[in-house]
Design a protein around this ligand. Structure first.
Ligand SMILES: Cc1cc2nc3c(=O)[nH]c(=O)nc-3n(C[C@H](O)[C@H](O)[C@H](O)COP(=O)(O)OP(=O)(O)OC[C@H]3O[C@@H](n4cnc5c(N)ncnc54)[C@H](O)[C@@H]3O)c2cc1C
Ligand code: FES
Length: 272
Protein backbone atom coordinates (compact mmCIF):
# COMPACT_ATOMS: atom_id res chain seq x y z
CA UNK A 1 0.00 0.00 0.00
CA UNK A 2 1.44 3.44 -0.91
CA UNK A 3 2.16 5.88 1.91
CA UNK A 4 -0.59 8.21 0.75
CA UNK A 5 -3.20 5.40 0.68
CA UNK A 6 -2.02 4.21 4.11
CA UNK A 7 -2.58 7.71 5.51
CA UNK A 8 -6.01 8.02 3.86
CA UNK A 9 -6.97 4.56 5.11
CA UNK A 10 -6.00 5.29 8.72
CA UNK A 11 -9.05 6.07 10.84
CA UNK A 12 -8.90 9.61 12.21
CA UNK A 13 -11.20 10.59 15.05
CA UNK A 14 -12.63 14.08 14.84
CA UNK A 15 -15.54 16.13 16.16
CA UNK A 16 -18.69 17.23 14.39
CA UNK A 17 -18.31 20.96 13.65
CA UNK A 18 -21.90 21.59 12.56
CA UNK A 19 -25.17 19.86 11.74
CA UNK A 20 -27.66 21.33 9.27
CA UNK A 21 -31.16 19.98 8.64
CA UNK A 22 -31.77 19.85 4.87
CA UNK A 23 -35.15 18.05 4.88
CA UNK A 24 -37.27 15.97 7.29
CA UNK A 25 -35.01 12.95 6.55
CA UNK A 26 -31.70 14.49 5.52
CA UNK A 27 -28.95 16.32 7.46
CA UNK A 28 -25.55 17.70 6.50
CA UNK A 29 -22.62 17.06 8.87
CA UNK A 30 -19.35 18.98 8.74
CA UNK A 31 -16.19 17.64 10.37
CA UNK A 32 -12.57 18.76 10.49
CA UNK A 33 -10.17 16.54 8.53
CA UNK A 34 -7.13 17.71 6.59
CA UNK A 35 -7.08 14.77 4.15
CA UNK A 36 -10.79 14.71 3.34
CA UNK A 37 -10.70 18.49 2.97
CA UNK A 38 -8.72 17.81 -0.23
CA UNK A 39 -11.50 15.63 -1.74
CA UNK A 40 -12.68 16.22 -5.30
CA UNK A 41 -16.30 16.04 -6.55
CA UNK A 42 -17.38 12.39 -6.79
CA UNK A 43 -15.04 11.06 -4.11
CA UNK A 44 -16.38 9.50 -0.92
CA UNK A 45 -15.28 8.94 2.66
CA UNK A 46 -15.96 6.23 5.23
CA UNK A 47 -17.62 7.68 8.33
CA UNK A 48 -17.37 5.73 11.57
CA UNK A 49 -20.23 6.17 13.98
CA UNK A 50 -18.75 4.94 17.30
CA UNK A 51 -20.20 1.68 18.54
CA UNK A 52 -22.51 1.34 15.52
CA UNK A 53 -20.97 1.03 12.05
CA UNK A 54 -18.79 2.62 9.39
CA UNK A 55 -20.59 3.78 6.22
CA UNK A 56 -19.61 5.24 2.83
CA UNK A 57 -20.80 8.80 2.08
CA UNK A 58 -20.18 11.10 -0.89
CA UNK A 59 -18.45 14.39 -0.22
CA UNK A 60 -20.76 17.41 -0.47
CA UNK A 61 -18.08 20.01 0.05
CA UNK A 62 -14.40 20.11 0.97
CA UNK A 63 -11.90 22.84 1.79
CA UNK A 64 -10.36 24.94 4.57
CA UNK A 65 -9.59 21.84 6.64
CA UNK A 66 -13.22 20.71 6.67
CA UNK A 67 -15.40 18.22 4.82
CA UNK A 68 -19.20 17.95 4.67
CA UNK A 69 -21.48 14.99 3.94
CA UNK A 70 -25.24 14.92 3.42
CA UNK A 71 -26.94 11.92 4.99
CA UNK A 72 -30.40 10.43 4.64
CA UNK A 73 -31.66 8.49 7.68
CA UNK A 74 -32.43 5.03 6.29
CA UNK A 75 -31.20 2.48 8.86
CA UNK A 76 -29.26 1.89 12.06
CA UNK A 77 -26.07 3.86 11.36
CA UNK A 78 -27.66 6.82 9.61
CA UNK A 79 -30.40 7.13 12.28
CA UNK A 80 -27.75 7.14 15.04
CA UNK A 81 -25.80 9.77 13.13
CA UNK A 82 -28.92 11.93 12.82
CA UNK A 83 -29.14 12.00 16.65
CA UNK A 84 -25.55 13.22 17.00
CA UNK A 85 -24.70 16.87 17.64
CA UNK A 86 -21.94 19.44 17.26
CA UNK A 87 -18.94 18.36 19.36
CA UNK A 88 -19.68 14.61 19.18
CA UNK A 89 -16.83 12.31 18.11
CA UNK A 90 -16.88 10.40 14.80
CA UNK A 91 -14.13 8.76 12.72
CA UNK A 92 -13.18 9.27 9.08
CA UNK A 93 -11.16 7.43 6.47
CA UNK A 94 -10.63 8.72 2.96
CA UNK A 95 -11.05 10.44 0.62
CA UNK A 96 -11.48 7.36 -1.57
CA UNK A 97 -12.33 6.61 -5.18
CA UNK A 98 -12.06 8.66 -8.34
CA UNK A 99 -13.80 11.92 -9.22
CA UNK A 100 -15.89 13.36 -12.05
CA UNK A 101 -13.97 14.81 -14.99
CA UNK A 102 -14.79 18.51 -15.30
CA UNK A 103 -16.26 19.14 -18.75
CA UNK A 104 -16.02 22.60 -20.29
CA UNK A 105 -18.78 21.89 -22.83
CA UNK A 106 -22.55 21.84 -22.64
CA UNK A 107 -23.35 19.88 -19.52
CA UNK A 108 -26.51 18.26 -18.19
CA UNK A 109 -26.67 17.05 -14.59
CA UNK A 110 -29.36 14.58 -13.54
CA UNK A 111 -29.77 14.09 -9.79
CA UNK A 112 -32.15 12.24 -7.51
CA UNK A 113 -32.36 12.11 -3.71
CA UNK A 114 -29.04 12.50 -1.86
CA UNK A 115 -27.37 12.01 -5.25
CA UNK A 116 -27.66 15.77 -5.68
CA UNK A 117 -24.96 16.28 -2.99
CA UNK A 118 -21.93 15.31 -5.14
CA UNK A 119 -23.56 17.11 -8.10
CA UNK A 120 -23.65 20.36 -6.08
CA UNK A 121 -19.92 19.94 -5.32
CA UNK A 122 -19.33 19.34 -9.06
CA UNK A 123 -21.55 22.25 -10.14
CA UNK A 124 -19.46 24.64 -8.02
CA UNK A 125 -16.40 23.64 -10.09
CA UNK A 126 -18.26 23.66 -13.43
CA UNK A 127 -20.06 26.98 -13.00
CA UNK A 128 -17.07 29.00 -14.21
CA UNK A 129 -15.91 26.38 -16.73
CA UNK A 130 -18.84 24.78 -18.57
CA UNK A 131 -20.29 26.48 -21.66
CA UNK A 132 -23.75 25.62 -20.41
CA UNK A 133 -24.90 23.97 -17.18
CA UNK A 134 -28.37 22.45 -17.08
CA UNK A 135 -30.04 20.37 -14.37
CA UNK A 136 -32.88 17.90 -14.00
CA UNK A 137 -33.52 17.20 -10.33
CA UNK A 138 -36.02 14.73 -8.90
CA UNK A 139 -37.41 13.66 -5.53
CA UNK A 140 -40.50 12.05 -4.04
CA UNK A 141 -41.80 15.34 -2.66
CA UNK A 142 -40.93 19.06 -2.49
CA UNK A 143 -39.17 18.91 0.91
CA UNK A 144 -36.82 16.17 -0.42
CA UNK A 145 -35.64 18.23 -3.42
CA UNK A 146 -32.16 18.79 -2.02
CA UNK A 147 -30.01 21.82 -2.84
CA UNK A 148 -32.42 23.06 -5.51
CA UNK A 149 -31.80 26.78 -4.79
CA UNK A 150 -28.01 26.43 -4.71
CA UNK A 151 -27.91 24.29 -7.86
CA UNK A 152 -30.29 26.55 -9.73
CA UNK A 153 -28.09 29.57 -8.90
CA UNK A 154 -25.04 27.80 -10.37
CA UNK A 155 -26.80 26.66 -13.56
CA UNK A 156 -27.28 28.68 -16.74
CA UNK A 157 -30.40 30.83 -16.44
CA UNK A 158 -33.67 28.94 -16.91
CA UNK A 159 -31.90 25.59 -17.23
CA UNK A 160 -33.31 23.77 -14.22
CA UNK A 161 -36.17 21.29 -14.37
CA UNK A 162 -37.54 20.00 -11.04
CA UNK A 163 -39.71 16.89 -10.83
CA UNK A 164 -41.56 15.46 -7.84
CA UNK A 165 -43.40 12.14 -7.74
CA UNK A 166 -46.35 13.64 -5.83
CA UNK A 167 -46.44 16.85 -7.89
CA UNK A 168 -45.84 19.08 -4.82
CA UNK A 169 -43.21 21.05 -6.79
CA UNK A 170 -42.25 21.30 -10.48
CA UNK A 171 -43.52 18.64 -12.87
CA UNK A 172 -45.32 15.60 -11.43
CA UNK A 173 -43.11 12.75 -12.71
CA UNK A 174 -39.80 10.94 -12.26
CA UNK A 175 -36.59 12.86 -13.04
CA UNK A 176 -36.09 10.77 -16.17
CA UNK A 177 -39.38 11.75 -17.83
CA UNK A 178 -38.38 15.21 -19.16
CA UNK A 179 -35.11 13.84 -20.58
CA UNK A 180 -36.11 12.50 -24.02
CA UNK A 181 -37.63 15.87 -24.98
CA UNK A 182 -34.73 17.85 -23.50
CA UNK A 183 -32.13 15.70 -25.27
CA UNK A 184 -33.89 15.91 -28.62
CA UNK A 185 -34.10 19.72 -28.30
CA UNK A 186 -30.50 20.32 -27.37
CA UNK A 187 -27.12 18.68 -27.98
CA UNK A 188 -25.19 18.18 -24.74
CA UNK A 189 -21.51 17.20 -24.58
CA UNK A 190 -21.72 15.46 -21.23
CA UNK A 191 -24.32 14.07 -18.86
CA UNK A 192 -23.49 13.59 -15.17
CA UNK A 193 -25.87 11.42 -13.15
CA UNK A 194 -26.08 10.56 -9.48
CA UNK A 195 -29.02 9.03 -7.62
CA UNK A 196 -31.01 5.78 -7.53
CA UNK A 197 -29.48 3.21 -9.89
CA UNK A 198 -32.69 2.52 -11.87
CA UNK A 199 -32.67 6.28 -12.66
CA UNK A 200 -29.01 6.10 -13.69
CA UNK A 201 -29.81 3.13 -15.96
CA UNK A 202 -32.51 5.08 -17.77
CA UNK A 203 -30.25 8.11 -18.19
CA UNK A 204 -27.53 5.80 -19.53
CA UNK A 205 -29.88 4.22 -22.11
CA UNK A 206 -30.98 7.68 -23.31
CA UNK A 207 -27.41 9.01 -23.46
CA UNK A 208 -26.29 5.94 -25.43
CA UNK A 209 -29.13 6.38 -27.91
CA UNK A 210 -28.04 9.96 -28.55
CA UNK A 211 -24.30 9.18 -28.33
CA UNK A 212 -23.70 11.59 -25.46
CA UNK A 213 -20.78 10.96 -23.11
CA UNK A 214 -21.86 10.19 -19.59
CA UNK A 215 -20.42 9.82 -16.11
CA UNK A 216 -22.41 8.30 -13.26
CA UNK A 217 -21.62 7.82 -9.59
CA UNK A 218 -22.61 4.30 -8.46
CA UNK A 219 -23.30 2.88 -5.02
CA UNK A 220 -22.57 -0.65 -3.87
CA UNK A 221 -22.27 -2.18 -0.41
CA UNK A 222 -18.90 -1.19 0.96
CA UNK A 223 -16.78 -2.46 3.81
CA UNK A 224 -13.09 -1.73 3.27
CA UNK A 225 -13.38 1.17 0.82
CA UNK A 226 -9.95 0.41 -0.68
CA UNK A 227 -10.47 -2.47 -3.11
CA UNK A 228 -9.68 -5.41 -0.81
CA UNK A 229 -12.89 -7.09 0.38
CA UNK A 230 -14.81 -7.40 -2.90
CA UNK A 231 -18.21 -6.47 -1.46
CA UNK A 232 -18.63 -3.57 -3.91
CA UNK A 233 -18.05 -5.44 -7.20
CA UNK A 234 -19.91 -4.57 -10.38
CA UNK A 235 -18.74 -6.63 -13.36
CA UNK A 236 -14.94 -6.58 -13.36
CA UNK A 237 -14.84 -3.40 -11.30
CA UNK A 238 -14.70 -2.59 -7.60
CA UNK A 239 -16.79 0.53 -7.09
CA UNK A 240 -14.67 1.82 -4.17
CA UNK A 241 -11.38 1.57 -6.09
CA UNK A 242 -12.29 1.87 -9.79
CA UNK A 243 -15.26 4.22 -9.19
CA UNK A 244 -17.53 5.40 -7.75
CA UNK A 245 -17.61 7.47 -10.96
CA UNK A 246 -17.89 5.39 -14.16
CA UNK A 247 -17.82 6.66 -17.74
CA UNK A 248 -19.93 5.51 -20.72
CA UNK A 249 -17.46 2.82 -21.83
CA UNK A 250 -17.33 1.31 -18.33
CA UNK A 251 -21.11 1.54 -17.87
CA UNK A 252 -21.49 -0.35 -21.15
CA UNK A 253 -19.29 -3.13 -19.72
CA UNK A 254 -21.52 -3.52 -16.63
CA UNK A 255 -24.83 -3.18 -18.48
CA UNK A 256 -26.05 -6.59 -17.29
CA UNK A 257 -26.00 -5.38 -13.67
CA UNK A 258 -26.53 -1.63 -13.99
CA UNK A 259 -29.88 -0.75 -12.41
CA UNK A 260 -30.74 -4.45 -12.19
CA UNK A 261 -28.95 -6.16 -9.28
CA UNK A 262 -26.12 -5.92 -6.75
CA UNK A 263 -24.42 -8.10 -4.15
CA UNK A 264 -25.95 -8.11 -0.66
CA UNK A 265 -23.89 -8.36 2.55
CA UNK A 266 -24.32 -12.16 2.51
CA UNK A 267 -22.82 -12.34 -1.00
CA UNK A 268 -26.14 -13.18 -2.66
CA UNK A 269 -27.35 -11.11 -5.59
CA UNK A 270 -30.29 -8.83 -4.77
CA UNK A 271 -32.53 -6.93 -7.21
CA UNK A 272 -32.29 -3.14 -7.28
C1 LIG B 1 -19.97 5.53 -2.68
C2 LIG B 1 -21.22 5.72 -1.84
C3 LIG B 1 -21.64 6.99 -1.54
C4 LIG B 1 -22.78 7.19 -0.77
N1 LIG B 1 -23.16 8.48 -0.50
C5 LIG B 1 -24.22 8.72 0.28
C6 LIG B 1 -24.58 10.05 0.61
O1 LIG B 1 -23.94 11.02 0.18
N2 LIG B 1 -25.66 10.22 1.41
C7 LIG B 1 -26.39 9.17 1.90
O2 LIG B 1 -27.35 9.40 2.64
N3 LIG B 1 -26.08 7.89 1.59
C8 LIG B 1 -25.01 7.63 0.81
N4 LIG B 1 -24.65 6.33 0.52
C9 LIG B 1 -25.47 5.23 1.06
C10 LIG B 1 -25.12 5.01 2.54
O3 LIG B 1 -23.83 4.47 2.64
C11 LIG B 1 -26.15 4.05 3.18
O4 LIG B 1 -27.40 4.70 3.19
C12 LIG B 1 -25.76 3.70 4.59
O5 LIG B 1 -24.62 2.88 4.59
C13 LIG B 1 -26.92 3.01 5.29
O6 LIG B 1 -26.52 2.54 6.56
P1 LIG B 1 -27.58 2.28 7.70
O7 LIG B 1 -26.91 1.46 8.78
O8 LIG B 1 -28.22 3.54 8.14
O9 LIG B 1 -28.72 1.47 7.00
P2 LIG B 1 -28.91 -0.10 6.84
O10 LIG B 1 -30.17 -0.48 7.50
O11 LIG B 1 -27.66 -0.86 7.23
O12 LIG B 1 -29.05 -0.20 5.28
C14 LIG B 1 -30.01 0.50 4.54
C15 LIG B 1 -29.60 0.39 3.09
O13 LIG B 1 -28.42 1.18 2.88
C16 LIG B 1 -27.49 0.49 2.06
N5 LIG B 1 -26.24 0.24 2.83
C17 LIG B 1 -26.11 -0.23 4.07
N6 LIG B 1 -24.84 -0.32 4.44
C18 LIG B 1 -24.11 0.06 3.37
C19 LIG B 1 -22.73 0.12 3.09
N7 LIG B 1 -21.78 -0.22 3.98
N8 LIG B 1 -22.34 0.53 1.87
C20 LIG B 1 -23.25 0.92 0.96
N9 LIG B 1 -24.57 0.88 1.16
C21 LIG B 1 -25.00 0.43 2.35
C22 LIG B 1 -28.16 -0.80 1.67
O14 LIG B 1 -28.76 -0.62 0.39
C23 LIG B 1 -29.21 -1.04 2.68
O15 LIG B 1 -30.30 -1.76 2.17
C24 LIG B 1 -23.53 6.09 -0.28
C25 LIG B 1 -23.10 4.78 -0.58
C26 LIG B 1 -21.97 4.60 -1.36
C27 LIG B 1 -21.52 3.22 -1.67
S1 FES C 1 -15.53 -1.97 -0.36
FE1 FES C 1 -14.07 -3.56 -0.20
S2 FES C 1 -13.46 -3.87 -2.26
FE2 FES C 1 -14.75 -2.15 -2.35
Amino acid sequence: MSGYLTRRNTLRTTRIQSVKTESPTVKTFTVKDKLCAQAKPGQFLMLWIPGIDEIPLSVLNAGNGEVSVTVKAVGDATRHLHKMETGDVVGVRGPFGNSFTESSGKVLMVGGGTGTAPLLFLAKKLAAKARRLALVIGAKTKSELLFLTQLDALCTEQSTIAATEDGSYGIKCLATEPLPKLLSREKFDMVYACGPEPMIRQVFDLAEKRRIAMEASLERLMRCGIGLCGSCVIGKYRVCRDGPVFNSAQLREVKDELGISKLGFDGNRIPL
